[in-house]
Ligand binder design. Structure first.
Ligand code: GLY
Length: 371
């Protein structure tokens, strides 16, 4: 399959997402049109640098673009004030100018941190996302959410700041561990569940081959995910309405991530998958969707070898009241009301601010009892 392009339509802040194999070796030709001088700053992490930085640097050098790279520690704790300061001061010490380009090269952590650094450096320097994880290719590199975590919670400090360009090289996904790949797949299947039943059906058939490495299916899945996100972001960039649909499963997920200390016990995409299963179960109990919908969601996640139930999370969890209390910390709480994304069927979801919390509690209690 040839390279695909998805356009994010945001007026003068519009940009393209290129999706294909072997984009890193050609990165220079994609990036060159954006440069005022042939020099870029790359923000990456130590793991991605070890695997892919030489390929990116060679791709830039092929177009006579010089580069400097900052390699930060891998992991969520890098999305911190300390690393933000380090990144911004490094960019200043490297004399990155107002018209230069910063490249975010890595997974979601690097994309968020580098994008936010670019947004505040000299009151805004342009940046390009080169996501290397499946989660970053289908979600965090698209749509302009950037930021860091605070001791008060995840993603509480940041800005909407759109990139100039996104290069999603699906060949780079080959170095992901199966666990990281499947965590990203949690966000892919989310798009089918929230708004495209045909895509969900396609994933039911093609998901296993895609996970096994089929390049054409990877391109197709990343493209459809990015298209759906691009459409939603174009309608609602700042999340005043429809963009919240992208949070299907996330209210449950955030509580589970907080309960597991944002540790390796539960990766974000794993929490999204479990959260989607819980959201469909809640929708069914509220009489919004048929019994078949949560069963199909669970069956597909199981067939992919993903975490589906609370029993798939190792170690202790709080009781249902404890999980509900963690949900109430969600940054999307408005006037004390929690926002849930509920479903009428697979592919038909909506924002619901009036979910009966006693139903959520009973769903959680039953899920905890089954552990
Ligand atoms: N990951 C959700 C969003 O970008 O809105």
């Amino acid at each position: 399959m040839a390279k695909e392009t998805v356009h994010v339509d945001l007026g003068d802040r519009s940009y393209d997402i290129h999706i294909g194999p072997e984009l890193l070796p050609k990165a220079g030709s994609y990036i060159k049109p954006y440069l005022k001088r042939n020099h870029v700053a790359i923000i990456t992490d130590e793991t991605v640098a070890g695997l892919h930085l030489a390929t990116l640097e060679a791709g830039l050098a092929a177009e006579n673009i010089t580069s400097v790279a900052l390699k930060l520690p891998a992991g969520e704790s890098t999305k911190s004030w300390e690393m933000l300061q380090k990144t911004v001061e490094w960019l200043l010490s490297e004399q990155i100018e107002r018209d230069d380009i910063v490249i975010a090269f890595g997974g979601g952590v690097i994309g968020d941190l580098a994008g936010f650094s670019a947004s505040i450096l000299r009151r805004g320097v342009r940046f390009i996302q080169i996501p290397t994880s499946l989660l970053a290719q289908v979600d965090s590199s698209v749509g302009g959410k950037t930021g860091i975590n605070s001791p008060h919670g995840k993603n509480l400090v940041g800005a909407f700041y759109q990139p100039q360009l996104v290069l999603a090289d699906v060949a780079a996904l080959g170095t992901l561990t199966p666990r990281d790949f499947l965590a990203g797949y949690g966000e892919v299947v989310k798009y089918g569940m929230l708004g495209d039943a045909t895509f969900f059906e396609w994933l039911e058939v093609n998901g296993p081959a895609m996970a096994a490495g089929d390049m054409d299916k990877r391109i197709m899945a990343v493209k459809r995910s990015c298209q759906m996100k691009a459409d939603i972001v174009a309608r609602d960039e700042k999340e005043r309405g429809d963009r919240a649909l992208l949070n299907l499963g996330h209210t449950f997920c955030h509580a589970l991530e907080a309960a597991t200390g944002y540790s390796d016990r539960l990766l974000h995409g794993e929490g999204v998958a479990i959260g989607c299963a819980l959201a469909f179960e809640t929708s069914m109990r509220l009489g919004l969707c048929s019994q078949e919908a949560p069963s199909r969601v669970r069956a597909h996640l199981r067939a992919m070898g993903m975490k589906v139930d609370l029993s798939d999370i190792a170690g202790d969890l709080p009781d249902a009241d404890g999980l509900l209390a963690l949900m109430a910390q969600d940054k999307k709480v408005q006037s004390g009301k929690l926002a849930f994304i509920m479903a009428r069927s697979i592919g038909d979801s909506f924002v619901d601010r009036n979910v009966d919390l006693s139903v959520v509690k009973s769903v959680l209690q039953d899920a905890l009892t089954a552990r």
